[in-house]
Design a protein around this ligand. Structure first.
Ligand code: SF4
Length: 258
């Protein structure tokens, strides 16, 4: 039943794309055959998990779907749900660290109070998990390794090298229960947190936002208070970029001084 509905949805989406001449948006034939509910669920989970606060959104979303689909997930606290969350968490962390290791090898610079932890995490990941494919056992080991809890947060131009005992977004930091909190609250991120590192890639994004703000300012149509606010935002991004340039270090420089 669900398989047929998904097939009908694919046909409808393709028809819509064709009618608008959007050939690039067509959903291609799947070499693995029909899309089952299990595969559909995994695909949605992949996209949800990669948004800010995605772990929480995923838990809520799949908790709701449980009621609708009755597919064996009795609640968000059941082992099935937790396994899905953990798998997505491990995949997202592996992607972040793979990309970090590649960019560092290419000479990317990093700054911020957690720069050493960021470099060490990318280095450890690169040497512990070469090749790209992670087994179930490796996924579990990755999630359990406190040194590899690295969360990219490009919207805030930073990477969170999550140590629950230092996390300024966690009111429980410094208390015994802090260790149990395995993911940061990125929606409450504090710019002075000791878990922060920033990369050249983040600064490129900041520079792009400065240009976009300038284009809005140049329009000349903005009311004065809004124009002032955009200029303040530009100044704070400028300061971020200057701070990064001043404290920037590459992995080669880091390991040369050890
Ligand atoms: S405040 Fe920001 S950098 Fe610090 S732990 Fe929370 S999310 Fe990570």
């Amino acid at each position: 039943m669900v398989i047929q509905r998904i097939s009908r949805f694919v046909a409808w989406a393709n028809e819509l794309a064709r009618s608008h001449g959007l050939e690039a948006e067509l959903i291609p034939e799947d070499p693995e055959g029909a899309i089952t509910l299990r595969r559909f669920r995994r695909t949605i989970a992949w996209f949800i998990r990669r948004r800010p606060s995605g772990r929480i959104a995923l838990g809520i979303q799949y908790g709701h779907l449980t009621a609708a689909l009755a597919d064996g997930y009795g609640g968000r606290s059941t082992s099935g749900m937790l396994q899905l969350l953990d798998l997505e968490q491990a995949l997202a962390t592996a992607e972040t660290l793979t990309a970090a290791a590649e960019r560092l090898t290419a000479g990317e610079g990093v700054s911020g109070p957690a720069v050493s932890r960021y470099l060490a995490a990318a280095n450890e990941f690169e040497h512990t998990y070469p090749g790209g494919f992670l087994s179930k056992r490796q996924h579990k080991a990755l999630i359990a390794n406190p040194r590899l809890q690295v969360f990219d947060h490009p919207e805030s131009f930073l990477t969170c090298n999550y140590d629950p005992h230092k996390a300024l977004c966690k009111p429980s930091r410094g208390k015994a229960e802090a260790a149990a909190q395995r993911t940061p609250s990125q929606s409450r991120c504090q710019s002075n947190c000791p878990n922060i590192s920033r990369t050249d890639t983040h600064m490129d994004l900041a520079a792009r936002e400065i240009d976009q703000l300038q284009a809005e300012i140049n329009d000349g149509l903005l009311p004065h208070p809004i124009r002032c606010r955009l200029e303040q935002r530009q100044q704070s991004l400028d300061a971020l970029i200057e701070g990064h340039k001043a404290g920037r270090i590459t992995s080669a420089e880091e390991y040369a001084r050890v």
